[in-house]
Design a protein around this ligand. Structure first.
Ligand SMILES: *Cc1c(COP(=O)(O)O)cnc(C)c1O
Length: 425
């Protein structure tokens, strides 16, 4: 039976049989028992499916991965220990030393650093492009050795919306897949595969969990990219793997080649798995994702409109506002709402912004975003505090930028808290 997103949030992934627990159990076990040596050998030869070691597969993790896979509409999903690990694995599964990829330059700071600094040390080069450039300028970034294109549905913290359909077409024209980090939109508000994206990643730490209880990530494959059509470019998928009995992933696993390789090679060798306990917590969050997201969006829209009218506020960026340069793209890709994260500036100096935040009552100052509780962060005095105002502008972070992550409390209380904090500035 085909189910809608709301039903999948609650039901997908765990379907207990007679006498089994109704709630997904936490299989907090590193290892799994077999009756004969032969049974175990067949697992290692990939001839039978079954659990043997939690680094490679665990029933709790698999059930939650299956739920996220159903929500995104993929052929397979792997959970990782963080969003950082998810983005690293998504790229490293098809790139090796000497390869190149292209990314939007308006991406999360942690990913920016991973791509520009750490992956460079592994010999993988990355070109950062501005998604507002025209096609000709973007296409100039493609090289012989380019292996994929990367962007975020809604960028963190800028809130820019990525033109998924346009970049999928450009990537495919040059014979590479499009990878999209769908963390802020979640599959409730956007399913990038429907717009031609090939691989989706998530930091499940954010809205998917929604309660700030676990750090995690996910990689989901649409199964749509035809690796064999570019077999010279993707030898890891299309040529025999010596570390796996000479097996060729595309031949052995078809549409599941990419995601199977990610588990059998990268998880086996690098091991960034989530604890089953964390996957259990993530699953509890997912059960209400379809209820929380609309409330985050509804509250954020009201708060953004209130901020825009406030004389103490110099600017507001939220893609639900007509004044946002992402408004049109948001209407196309996020017709039911985007997310709860707003960026805005307070008139005056850095000190003024700090005084505003210190005056807040229940809205807390935390490094996190995208959970049930409203919170703020001032990059100039927190994540980027070592930079001068000039260096901040060069890094694309306005010195007065405040990132407000609107939660699911009563919106009148959120506005009242912002208002009393501003009145004391
Ligand atoms: C937070 C975040 C990440 C990194 O995820 P972690 O779970 O913190 O490792 C990646 N991408 C986006 C868009 C994020 O917001």
């Amino acid at each position: 039976m085909k189910k809608n997103l709301e039903t999948l949030c609650v039901q997908a992934g765990w379907t207990p049989k007679k006498g089994e627990p109704r709630v997904l159990p936490i299989y907090q076990s590193t290892t799994f028992k077999y009756e004969t040596s032969e049974q175990m050998a067949r697992l290692f030869d990939l001839e039978d499916e079954g659990y043997f070691y939690t680094r490679l597969a665990n029933p709790t993790n698999d059930a939650v991965a299956a739920k996220i896979n159903a929500l995104e509409g993929g052929v397979g999903c792997v959970l990782t220990s963080s969003g950082q690990a998810a983005n690293f694995y998504a790229i490293f599964n098809i790139c090796q030393a000497g390869d190149h990829f292209i990314t939007s330059n308006t991406i999360y700071g942690g990913t920016f650093n991973l791509f520009g600094v750490t992956m460079k040390k592994l010999g993988i080069e990355c070109t950062f492009v501005d998604p507002e450039w025209d096609d000709e300028r973007i296409e100039a970034a493609f090289q012989e050795n380019t292996k994929c294109f990367f962007g975020e549905t809604i960028s963190n913290p800028g809130g820019n919306v990525f033109d998924i359909e346009r970049f999928a077409k450009l990537a495919h024209k040059h014979g590479v897949p499009l990878i999209v980090d769908n963390t802020f939109a979640t599959p409730i508000n956007c399913r990038p595969f429907e717009w031609g994206c090939d691989i989706v990643t998530h930091s499940t730490t954010k809205y998917m969990d929604g309660h700030a209880t676990q750090v995690g990530g996910a990689v989901i494959d649409s199964g749509n990219f035809d690796w064999d059509a570019y077999s010279n470019k993707y030898p890891g998928l299309c040529a025999p793997d010596d570390s796996y009995h000479g097996l060729t992933y595309t031949k052995a696993f078809g549409k599941k080649a990419y995601i199977t390789k990610l588990v059998t090679q990268l998880m086996r060798d690098l091991g960034s798995i989530p604890a089953p306990q964390n996957s259990f917590l993530l699953n509890l969050g997912l059960e209400t994702l379809h209820l929380r997201m609309p409330r985050h969006c509804e509250n954020a829209q009201i708060v953004a409109e209130w901020l825009e009218k406030n004389p103490l506020v110099s600017w507001v960026n939220y893609c639900g506002l007509k004044s946002s340069k992402s408004y049109e793209l948001a209407q196309k890709y996020l017709p039911n709402g985007s997310c709860g994260v707003i960026a805005f500036g307070i008139k005056g100096s850095r000190e003024e912004a700090i005084r505003f935040m210190d005056n807040l009552d229940f809205i807390s100052i935390v490094t996190h975003v995208a959970d049930a509780r409203t919170c703020v962060l001032h990059p100039a005095s927190h994540t980027h505090r070592q930079l001068s105002d000039e260096q901040l502008r060069e890094a694309g972070v306005a010195p007065d930028l405040i990132r407000l992550s609107v939660g699911i409390e009563n919106v009148n209380d959120i506005i009242a808290d912002l208002e009393q904090a501003m009145s004391k500035m």
